[in-house]
Design a protein around this ligand. Sequence first.
Ligand code: UDP
Ligand code: MG
Length: 324
Amino acid sequence: MCIPQDNPPTLYVVVPCYNEEEVLPETAHRLSRKMAMLMQEHRISPASRVLFANDGSRDQTWAIIRQLHDDPEYNGLFTGISLAHNRGHQNVLFAGLMEARNRGCDITISMDADLQDDIDAMDAMISAYEEGADIVFGVRDNRETDTRFKRGTAHAFYRLMQRMGTETVPDSADYRLMDARSLDALAQYGESNLFLRGIVASLGFSTAKVYYKRGERFAGTSKYPLSKMLSFAMDGITSFSVTPLRIVAGSGALFVIVSLLMFVYALVSLALGSTVGGWTSLLISIWFVGGAIMLSLGIVGEYVGRIYIESKHRPRYIVADKLD
Ligand code: UDP
Ligand code: MG
């Protein structure tokens, strides 16, 4: 499989880290072995690096990254940037990718710090790049290591996204290869409400998929509690789709039609002499319509809120520190 190249590409592996002190040393160790092997096989250039993007961690994460950077044993393989605040996985990943782009890499591979993504899939990703792909998605071929809850919600999420018209590659997380061309395209996306999976899937270019087995988190706990997962799903839908607004408008129209029918019914029963009796049905419909209005307003409000946030054009993140 290995095609030794005269002029191998410079690879930056971008690893977002939020409170990952427990796994970082092991991640660094395994990545350094992988990088050394790839360099030996002349598949990546000796200028290739691992870039840790620290997402405002509150533990020793940044200190460990600095140590790795200074460690003579690793010979400058590790570098990093550190955000001033915790801005979330998508933003810190974007920050890391843009930093790699600015440093003149040919390709990036983004992966989680917790070693759930199979490092050995990198070889196949680079092969796909050599064969002409600009973007290579890592797609997990099983979800056995996930809890049933996570598996169920993830599948429901992908189905919902598809219905709503957001492009995603099902079962691919943020383990993927992107070349300089696709990074240039990504850099043009200025939104604060960043949903990388959707953006990258909609970029176009030539893409490929590499299947891999996703393992368990090596150590530590998930940094994605349910609340973050829900807001992530919300971002994914609202940043790509106005379908919820259309549903609101559609149900509004439906209510109007129903009320017209009721009106006709009431008129007919009045003409027939039977008075409209019982306030139960009345009460039910008032509550129902009230609830529907509030729900609709909530959905509209969600979009308005996002417009407000986008309209401020605030920076997505602030880099506090850089190693180079
Ligand atoms: N992460 C981050 N900022 C956050 C939450 C997570 O940079 O606010 C990073 C985390 O360090 C890890 C990756 O995103 O490298 C995925 O997080 P995690 O493994 O906890 O998510 P899960 O695999 O449980 O979905
Ligand atoms: Mg994980």
